[in-house]
Design a protein around this ligand. Structure first.
Ligand code: FES
Length: 150
């Protein structure tokens, strides 16, 4: 291994270690809106999304999927939020049941291994990049400069 690659690998390992130290340690909560209707206001699409995401992610001490009634993103169905006590909260819209579920499974895995749950852009599926509505820092975020807790 040459010096440049050794330095890059060392820097990568430092990032991985920093992510591991600050990764959300507890439960990742996935909230799926069950009252979302299709964009034309017709069919209710939320329950299918909820059942699909729940079946794919299961339930454990690391992840829980819960139904919620409206995330106030009604014009962008279906909508899902991912959060934890010490991680970012992400809110997504415009999700289709099949592609959205697959994307969320991958996202939750990355979320649990990312510093403060801040999943790198390159690890987010296209549907989640396009469907991003909001990301909100954890409660412990600095009130002074808006940065990560020291
Ligand atoms: S009904 Fe689903 S976000 Fe409002």
């Amino acid at each position: 291994m040459d010096r440049e690659n050794a330095g890059r690998e060392s820097a990568d390992m430092a990032l991985v270690e920093a992510a591991r130290v600050h990764a959300p340690s507890g439960l990742t909560l996935v909230s799926v809106c069950i009252t979302c209707k299709s964009a034309d206001g017709g069919a209710v699409v939320g329950p299918d999304m909820f059942e699909s995401v729940k079946a794919a992610l299961g339930s454990s001490d690391r992840v829980q999927v819960r139904p919620v009634q409206c995330l106030s993103v009604c014009k962008r169905p279906a909508t899902v939020a991912v959060t934890s006590a010490d991680g970012y909260t992400f809110l997504f819209g415009d999700l289709q049941t099949e592609s959205g579920t697959a994307a969320l499974v991958s996202f939750v895995k990355s979320y649990q291994n990312s510093g403060y749950g801040l999943v790198p852009w390159r690890e987010r599926a296209e549907v989640l990049r396009k469907g991003m509505v909001a990301r909100v820092p954890p409660m412990r975020w600095s009130p002074d400069d808006g940065g990560a807790p020291k």
